[in-house]
Design a protein around this ligand. Sequence first.
Ligand SMILES: Cc1cc2nc3c(=O)[nH]c(=O)nc-3n(C[C@H](O)[C@H](O)[C@H](O)COP(=O)(O)O)c2cc1C
Ligand code: SF4
Length: 441
Amino acid sequence: MALLPDAPIETMADHLAAGGGEGLENAIALDPDEVIAEITESGLRGRGGAGFPTGAKWASVSGQPDLGDVYLVCNAAEGEPGTYKDRALIAANPFQLVEGVLIAAYAIGARGAVIAVKARHTHHVARLEQAIDAAVAAGWRGADRVELVTGPDEYLFGEEKAMLEVIEGKNPMPRILPPYMQGLFATMDRPNPTAVNNVETLSHVACILRDGAAAWRSEGTEGAPGTLVFTVTGDVPRPGVYELPLGTSLRTLICELAGAEEPRWIISGTSNTVITPDLLDLPMDFDSFAEAGTGLGSGGFVVYGADRDPVQVTTALAEFLAVESCGQCNACQLGTAAMADHLHALDEGRGGPEDLEGIRGWLPHVTDANRCYLPVGAQLTIGSMLDEFGEAFAARAAGAGAVPAEHRAPVPKIESLTEGHATFDPDYHRKRRDWSYADEG
Ligand SMILES: Cc1cc2nc3c(=O)[nH]c(=O)nc-3n(C[C@H](O)[C@H](O)[C@H](O)COP(=O)(O)O)c2cc1C
Ligand code: SF4
């Protein structure tokens, strides 16, 4: 049932030999509504960060011809810090993903489908081109209406409303209405409802239609069925991508598989509250994490060990969010920048209690009139670090010295993750808040 094969599937012939293609065949033997019903029955929840039920998303865009054309977009941007699973899936089996895209497009009655990926990820762009060409050559239904669009490196490219803008040839600035209300190439008369789904979500779709919803549900929990492809990086001896049934404990992943000995804290990207070691026995599923006051995000965990400094790490993550904010909403632009500035002052040893007050003052307001979820991530990440590590922040505000250089941690924007070794984007520290890059040195 696993999404990730033991070795990469190199060709369409290999994919077909491993049972590939059967999901699409089974799907087109059904009515589109029946395919949506099968996905609803499977309980599949989106793997892009919010865990939204995929069947409900598809039902919301299909069967309304008076609203214009329907489109399917596969979100392959993978911009969340600490996440690498979509690239792992594309590298391992892009044919499975294209199959899932075609099943989804058939189910919702899409006029066309787009797979949107960062131009920077050249290997993954090439693998996707290879799989789309092979699907066309194999005569897979709808394959000639799948387009590959490459986009910029910005975090917001992965935000679904910004992704539609990029596909339309514009900058990654989130529009106001969600994709089901204002989809691709929408006009006033024709809103063109669009479904945006993550790479992993659509890869699961191919398996569900191949094996049936009931069989697929045999892994995972009642409320979160199936497996999830987790990423672990940071202070662990075995960073990597691990596919596990949902409901597996966080301890199994972080300590047993990745080998962390004494994690001081863990983050699941920059969109959720910090995870402390007392939560290690939490089952990894959407609802258990929500009940514990945090979130699974896209399953990318970054582990911080005893030598790390909460003030320095919070500063790096806050600067990332300030840099990536697009500035369309005043509170987000001003608040993320102000909080990052206060944190820099504390981190560099020139701060005081007024900086802590400044951050606390912005936290409830940074989300005011927000078009997208980025400032909510800032509120949760910065606010929870302040709450959990209040003493460390207070000590720095009282003049305690900065952390030594060797213990500073960069923004965990993963560049590569192979053979148990992760690298983070080596140029990110040069990115400015206007999205230009400072010169080297
Ligand atoms: C700032 C920001 C960045 C995001 N980046 C990604 C991303 O890189 N990949 C992704 O699949 N979803 C990303 N999302 C979530 C998408 O907006 C969207 O919810 C997701 O693609 C839906 O797919 P799913 O229903 O299959 O989970 C991001 C959201 C925000 C607010
Ligand atoms: S909330 Fe922030 S990142 Fe999102 S659209 Fe507004 S300014 Fe841009």
